[in-house]
Design a binder for this molecule. Structure first.
Ligand SMILES: O=C(CO)[C@@H](O)[C@H](O)COP(=O)(O)O
Length: 216
């Protein structure tokens, strides 16, 4: 089953509660929340208190994507803030710390996930795959919404689908960046089952029609 996770980075922050509460009616499955620290990526977004506030009103599971350096420092806090899925970047710390962070996420009763930037090879995920409930393949350089989809990431997505099916079939495979109706089909064809969409979702004249089209 294909799932859609609108990225609230493209929502109207003045009306964030309204935008989040409207997601189920459009057929969305998760609320995708981008946390950026100005170090791992050249942008700063929201932190723990805002995630906690969103979790109090969110009608769907929170899919929290940490684009921060050394995320192990904050995983317990983001779990307690109400994350349902908590994603770390493989590039953000040592292998040892990343393994420990994934274990801690699961100990908190939260689904653990790993993300890879566009130029990071699929092999980088392998040490973490048994501890992951979701793998996120970035299809743009992380940091900003509204960028163009990088087709060069599709062989990696395809490879990860094969390894997930062989080694951890319950794990979800998510893509994020430049997802629209056309690129969603390419991602589905290469094995993604969760599609993050920011600008395409929030700019759609009819978000429900957009969700139906990307799931079709
Ligand atoms: O994590 C990120 C960007 O780093 C994404 O979640 C974007 O927010 C997706 O936005 P669009 O590319 O769909 O506009």
């Amino acid at each position: 089953m294909i799932k859609v996770a609108p990225s609230i980075l493209s929502a109207d922050f003045v009306n964030l509660e309204r935008d989040i509460r409207s997601l189920p009616a459009a057929g969305a499955d998760y609320v995708h929340v981008d946390v950026m620290d100005g170090m791992f990526v050249p942008n700063i977004t929201i932190g723990i208190p805002v995630v906690a506030a969103i979790s109090r009103i969110a009608p769907l599971p929170l899919d929290v994507h940490l684009m921060i350096e050394r995320p192990i420092r904050y995983v317990d806090a983001f779990c307690k803030a109400g994350s349902s899925i908590l994603t770390l970047h493989v590039e953000a710390d040592t292998q040892e710390n990343t393994l420990e962070a994934l274990r801690r996420i699961r100990e908190n009763g939260v689904r653990a996930a790993i993300s890879v930037k566009p130029n990071t090879p699929a092999e980088a995920v392998l040490p973490f795959l048994p501890l992951c409930d979701l793998i996120l393949v970035m299809t743009v350089e992380p940091g900003f919404g509204g960028q163009s989809f990088l087709h060069s990431t599709m062989p990696k997505l395809h490879q990860l689908r094969q390894w997930i099916d062989e080694q951890n079939p319950a794990c979800e495979l998510e893509v994020d960046g430049g997802v629209n109706v056309e690129t969603a089909k390419i991602c589905r064809d290469n094995g993604a089952n969760v599609l993050v969409a920011g600008s395409a979702y929030f700019k759609a004249a009819d978000p429900a029609a957009f969700v139906r089209a990307v799931k079709a």
